[in-house]
Write a protein that binds this ligand. Sequence first.
Ligand code: DGL
Length: 266
Amino acid sequence: MDNRPIGVFDSGVGGLTAVRRMHEIMPNESIIYFGDTGRVPYGTRSAQTILHYTRQDVAFLRSFDIKAIVVACGTVSSVALNTVSKEQNIPMIGVVEPASLAAIEKTKNGRIGVIGTASTIKSGSYESFLHEHKPELKIFTKACPLFVPLVENGRVNKGDIVIETVVKEYLTELKEQNIDTLILGCTHFPLLREVIADFMGENVELIDSGAAAADYAKRILTLSDNKTSETKYFVSDDPDSFKALSHIFLNGEIAENVGNVEIATY
Ligand code: DGL
């Protein structure tokens, strides 16, 4: 048993989709969550900036005695994880490998779509991993940068004309490719599951990358038997806005216990 907490971070609230799954499948784990809400989005920034932010996020989490880090951000997982994990002596689990493996397991026709931030798609991270494991797969990718601010503003519901218009605009070309599996390669996107599923149709399986990373963490980490586990949240902007938005990511649960961090000092 290892009762030390697991660190989790994202550029904002999206990583809570991984926390939600961790609460479901690993209720005894304590979690330290950091959301870089003062600097979100990461997905439109340069690789150099993303690397710099990632190092600071990791340094903050390492100020606690944590046993591992779940990188609950598709952008960081795609752009900075390879470099930063080599600098750390605890496991760092990103979303790309777990989500890709889940997609490989689900697809029947070998045609997989991947959506993510501009940096994630530009990095080619999902294609590389998927092709390394199964060269015959046909992969179709699409950057969907506007999804992130819309999710951060709670515009996630079916019937919301703004999100439905953007979903149609981004996903029409993927729909025409006859994919049967779609990786939601950004941890903000599972909040749009209903709208995306409705648009793509029932024959397309959606893969939640944050949840896949949580499942993977459960498989590889030494878990805790702590009956009084707790989750502490930290953000780099207003804790109250984070609290107010948290319930849509955490299945109705509200993130209490939210602290503010001067992340630039790490
Ligand atoms: N949640 C982050 C990701 O998975 C995206 C948001 C951003 O652009 O910062 O890529």
